[in-house]
Design a protein around this ligand. Structure first.
Ligand code: AMP
Length: 289
């Protein structure tokens, strides 16, 4: 694997690569785990020449202490990437990505998506995501962009970015990788001590309870019970919601037809965790690569 720290060296390397295989790109913020590796494996299985970026993007953190505490494990990341078979690691610093500074150059019209769930609880977050993803896509110029369903709403936002900016790239969404006990893999899990790591599976259990109880009719009792179960275990819940899987319009009742997704965000010992589960008539967030 080649490591490029500058746009110049990345461009030089990519322009000299063998022509033929499509370019697959996986943007990450590092502290890599098997969820990230699954995206790389999917790209490689599809025959992609695979570029991974590790860049902790300051503009998508609405909470400065979350940015300060974000785990950084570059040596282990390089090891995981080598083992998984990434072709290139792009490891820029902030001035490489934002030579004019981090102030946004434009506003992305994300519409309703920016007003709900993560958009509502993390003001400015998706503007920062779009800022960095557009920048990275213009630098790397991939054919295919691989992202995880773990960040369900982010995938919808990035598809909107691609449409808004007419970017010539296909978004491929991969399923959520979970620990053996069900906890969704996340870089932030590293910040949980042993007791909280064990207790964190309550989020997955709440999603499973919702999935089992999901039926035609009003949904408030289901989401209220899941929220109460989490709060009883010491979580500070931002939201437990069921939404239309295609639009993220919040559902108060289910008509037995609309594709639906349950989404949870909650703090556990000051670590903010998110997870989701598609409930019914899976919406095609997953594209076949
Ligand atoms: P991050 O480093 O958290 O910004 O994540 C980089 C990419 O990996 C995003 O597209 C995430 O959705 C994806 N990802 C993170 N965790 C998982 C997981 N448990 N399973 C699948 N993909 C994931």
């Amino acid at each position: 694997m080649v490591i490029c720290r500058t746009i110049g060296s990345l461009n030089e390397y990519l322009s000299a690569r063998p022509q033929g295989p499509r370019l697959g790109f996986i943007p990450t913020m590092g502290a890599l785990h098997d969820g990230h590796a699954s995206l790389i494996r999917e790209a490689r299985a599809g025959g992609r020449f695979t570029v991974v970026s590790v860049f902790v993007n300051p503009t998508q953190f609405n909470d400065p202490s979350d940015f300060q505490k974000y785990p950084k494990t570059v040596d282990q990341d390089v090891y995981l990437l080598e083992k998984t078979g990434a072709d290139v690691l792009f490891l820029p610093d902030v001035t490489e990505i934002y030579p004019q500074g981090t102030a946004p150059a434009k506003h992305y019209d994300l519409g309703y998506l920016e007003t709900v769930l993560e958009g509502a609880y993390r003001p400015g977050h998706f503007q920062g995501v779009c800022q960095v993803v557009e920048r990275l896509l213009r630098i790397v110029a991939p054919d295919d962009l691989y992202m995880g369903q773990k960040d369900y709403q982010q995938c919808m936002v990035v598809q909107r970015l691609i449409d808004l900016e007419h970017l010539p790239v296909t978004l491929v969404v991969s399923p959520i990788r979970r620990e053996p006990d069900g906890l969704a893999m996340s870089s932030r899990n590293m910040r949980l001590d042993a007791a909280h790591r064990a207790g964190a599976i309550a989020i997955y259990e709440a999603l499973e309870d919702i999935r089992r109880g999901f039926t035609r009719g009003p949904l408030a009792a289901l989401t209220d019970a899941a929220r109460a179960a989490l709060e009883a275990k010491g979580f500070r819940v931002d939201y437990v919601s069921i939404a239309d899987a295609a639009s993220l319009r919040l559902l108060e009742e289910w008509d037995g037809k609309t594709p639906a997704v349950a989404l949870i965000a909650a703090f556990y010992n000051d670590v903010r965790l998110i997870d989701n589960e598609v409930l019914a008539q899976a919406h095609q967030l997953h594209k076949v690569s």
